[in-house]
Write a protein that binds this ligand. Structure first.
Ligand code: NAP
Length: 261
């Protein structure tokens, strides 16, 4: 069977462990024949990410803390001579207290931190990888990020992360408009709740997972199906899609009101 990403190279950020959505994406990209490069945030994570890369037969692992301009510049330098066809941004962070206390209590610093790491970093990453992206291919280059329904609707306890995701989704549209003439596509995947380290920071996350039984497909979101959507966006099959938020959430986002049993 032909592989969808044969001959393509992808940079995947945000792999923390085997449960990370980015790990599922890297796995699917490798399955489809892509050369994958992973990044890690700090030396604390270096060995773990190198081991995970090894398990996927990925050879290249680069440092990149997205809050540090010097590291983004270093990433740009490290990518010299590499032709990238896709970039996956799977990074978010907010202080734990901002995901537990009422939203109105969010501090200025907590708000700025969540927006910096979870939204601005996508813009910064797009800039750092711009020179390496190869728009000559038929499908162009494809940048993608991960978002959540809390950008559009109020989801209890998602708080400042919802505001950050709203900024991220808007950034997707502005980046798509900026980079489209160079045949670089920019999209977001809005995933349903998946139990990961980041997700555990959200109070009562397990209740969010239980709520998905109201979704049309009556089930949770599997990281592998999020990853397959990322494959579609990275492949030439997605060549006409830009500036979009694609929901991979078992259809949960269409439900207005489901009556309790
Ligand atoms: P995860 O495994 O905890 O991944 C989050 C990643 O962000 C980690 O690898 C973390 O690195 C990285 N990160 C945080 N700050 C960073 C920084 N300054 N520089 C570089 N990397 C940094 O959780 P995940 O659920 O897979 O999250 C991936 C993305 O999916 C996030 O944008 C999240 O909001 C989104 N998403 C998740 C869900 C869900 O239910 N899980 C649903 C929709 C969207 P360290 O481990 O080194 O800190």
């Amino acid at each position: 069977m032909p592989q969808l990403l044969e001959g393509k190279t992808a940079l995947v950020t945000g792999v923390a462990n085997k449960w990370s959505i980015a790990y599922a994406i890297a796995q699917a990209f490798v399955r489809e024949g892509a050369q994958v490069i992973l990044t890690y945030q700090s030396d604390r994570q270096k060995v773990t990410v190198e081991e995970l890369a090894h398990s996927l037969k990925i050879e290249r692992v680069l440092p990149c803390d997205v809050t540090q301009d010097a590291e983004l510049e270093q990433l740009r330098q490290n990518l010299k001579g590499v032709v990238l066809h896709s970039v996956v941004h799977a990074i978010a962070f907010a202080n734990r207290e901002d995901l537990t206390q009422p939203f109105a209590e969010t501090s200025r610093a907590g708000f700025a931190l969540a927006l910096d790491v979870s939204a601005y970093s996508f813009v910064a990453l797009a800039r750092a990888t711009r020179a390496a992206c190869n728009p000559a291919d038929r499908g162009g280059a494809s940048l993608m990020t991960l978002t959540y329904l809390g950008a559009m609707r109020v989801v209890e306890n998602y708080n400042v992360m919802g505001v950050a995701k709203a900024a991220l989704e808007s950034s997707v549209r502005y980046l798509a408009a900026d980079l489209g003439p160079a045949n670089i596509r920019v999209n977001a995947i809005s995933a349903g709740p998946i139990k990961t380290v980041s997700a555990r920071g959200i109070r009562d996350f397990s209740k969010l997972e239980r709520a998905v039984k109201l979704s049309p497909l009556r089930r949770n979101t599997d990281p592998a199906e999020v990853a397959d959507t990322a494959v579609f966006l990275a492949s030439d099959l997605g060549r006409g899609v830009t500036g979009n938020v694609l929901y991979v959430d078992a259809g949960f986002q269409i439900i207005g009101l489901a009556l309790p049993d």
